[in-house]
Design a protein around this ligand. Structure first.
Ligand code: GLN
Length: 446
């Protein structure tokens, strides 16, 4: 833990991955572990890790990278954080992200600009950019992120590491600063598949504090990591190799799929016909839920409060005007609009119907297949500011990750190679609660 903290101190000027380090707390926890003695069976004991800043941590500043939560110190820990502590891991710091997890580059953070671990002139991806970079740059062995529309898988792809978004309901959302509650899920970044399986196993499972957490038993995700994928039935969706996906990425992922075939899997081409509606439907649903979730930031209860306000209404207005960044305001406006009486049927309801169709697409495929394999992103990491003038260009980048969230499925990105010196991610998608299948295939592939 000491070495990790020193290393972060030394290297973070290069990456700007961390918003806060938890030095005193981490050292105290590590000392308590030393005192209690080492349990040789616990592979996680004493392992330091990083926490995305939208997961609340008791007495440690938690901002979700927003000005509106400046200096906010929660009074309890997110369930994932307390569970990991019970397993002996040690949180060492809070990681940068897009404000309220809205974005794909970590550029919407109010505080700093995290740089890609491979090339500091490129975006790290997002929204869990700090988490991905901290793991890829060797600052921590693992980090937690959240994934609402790709925010774990996409930055994992951009930084050449393993990033798992579990099934919706697999991991408690208690203590996750809510963005879109029907899509949000906590997951894990690591440098290899087995580490990832170990960490997910330690934090997954039913939590009485989250009504959407599932009571499905949590298997030992490391149990079937034996390299054997003989007979695994893989589906490759045509729509994930459409125009707009970089040709070299397609070729890299096709080579990855060939390797899975050589290892004993069968591979067929399938169709997920509603893929092309995913981005439009997602941005309506996610923004609608965000507009509701973000109502609580009123200047009374949390964090930032403006000075010299005239009355209560002015306090609300000034808090939100000064406290939220442009992207967050855009989502609130889009969300409240699509939920309003005059546009609900035309927008929100339609988007919800599209979501059902996307789910049906997946269920048809999973009737005959164990795993879907595809690229994680249409392109590799790009320059800062590249899509500044046009948020829709950034939104389109999520086209290959959003469907998994819409259907509540588990999805993981694994490193598959490089294009122009930058990492490429291959995405593995399974049916609900089949994370084991993903880990087994990814481990054999790795
Ligand atoms: N890029 C997507 C968005 O901006 C996804 C973000 C996420 O998964 N948190 O909404």
């Amino acid at each position: 833990v000491k070495e990790t903290l020193a290393n972060i101190e030394q290297t973070d000027a290069t990456y700007d991955a961390f918003l806060t380090t938890m030095t005193d707390k981490a050292l105290a926890e590590a000392a308590a572990i030393d005192e209690a003695g080492i349990d040789p069976d616990n592979v996680l004991l004493g392992i330091p890790y990083g926490i995305k800043d939208n997961l609340i941590t008791k007495d440690v500043t938690t901002t979700a990278a927003s000005k509106i939560l400046q200096d906010f110190k929660p009074i309890y820990d997110a369930t994932v954080v307390s569970r990991l502590r019970e397993q002996g891991t040690v949180g060492v710091g809070k990681l940068n992200m897009d404000e309220f997890a809205m974005g794909s580059t970590t550029e919407t953070s109010y505080y700093k600009q995290t740089k890609n671990a491979w090339d500091q002139t490129k975006v790290p991806g997002g929204s869990s950019g700090g988490s991905a970079v901290s793991v890829a740059a060797g600052q921590v062995p693992f980090a937690l992120g959240t994934d609402t529309g790709g925010s774990i898988r996409q930055p994992a792809a951009f930084n050449g590491i393993v990033g798992m978004k579990p099934t919706y309901g697999r991991v408690s959302r208690f203590g996750v600063i809510a963005f879109a509650s029907s899509l949000d899920q906590v997951g894990v970044f690591t440098r290899n598949v087995k580490d990832n399986a170990s960490v997910l196993g330690a934090m997954a499972g039913m939590d009485v504090n989250d009504q959407t957490s599932s009571d499905q038993p949590v298997p030992d995700f490391t149990a079937r990591l034996d390299g054997d994928i003989q007979g695994l039935r893989i589906a490759v969706p045509t729509e994930y190799f459409a125009d707009g996906v970089d040709d070299q990425i397609k070729a890299t992922v096709r080579a990855g799929i060939d390797k899975l075939r050589e290892l004993g899997a069968t591979v067929d081409e399938v169709s997920l016909p509603h893929t092309k509606y995913g981005v439009a439907a997602y941005y309506i649903i996610a923004s609608a839920e965000a507009s509701s979730n973000l109502q609580r930031f009123d200047g009374i209860r949390y964090g930032f409060r403006p000075e010299n306000v005239k009355n209560l209404e002015d306090l609300y207005v000034q808090t939100r005007t000064q406290g939220f960044g442009d992207e967050v305001k855009r989502r609130i406006m889009l969300g409240t609009y699509s939920l309003s009486a005059g546009s609900y049927d035309a927008f929100f309801k339609k988007a919800a119907q599209v979501r059902t169709l996307m789910n049906d697409d997946f269920q048809k495929v999973f009737a005959d297949y164990d795993l879907i394999v595809a690229p994680t992103t249409p392109n590799v990491a790009y320059d800062f500011g590249a899509n500044q003038d046009d948020p829709e260009v950034t939104y389109m980048n999520d086209v290959l990750t959003i469907p998994v969230n819409m259907a509540g499925l588990p999805g993981m990105s694994v490193p598959a190679g490089f294009v122009a010196g930058l990492p490429v991610g291959m995405q593995l998608i399974a049916n609900r609660y089949q994370e084991e299948t993903i880990y087994r295939a990814a481990y054999a592939y790795e």
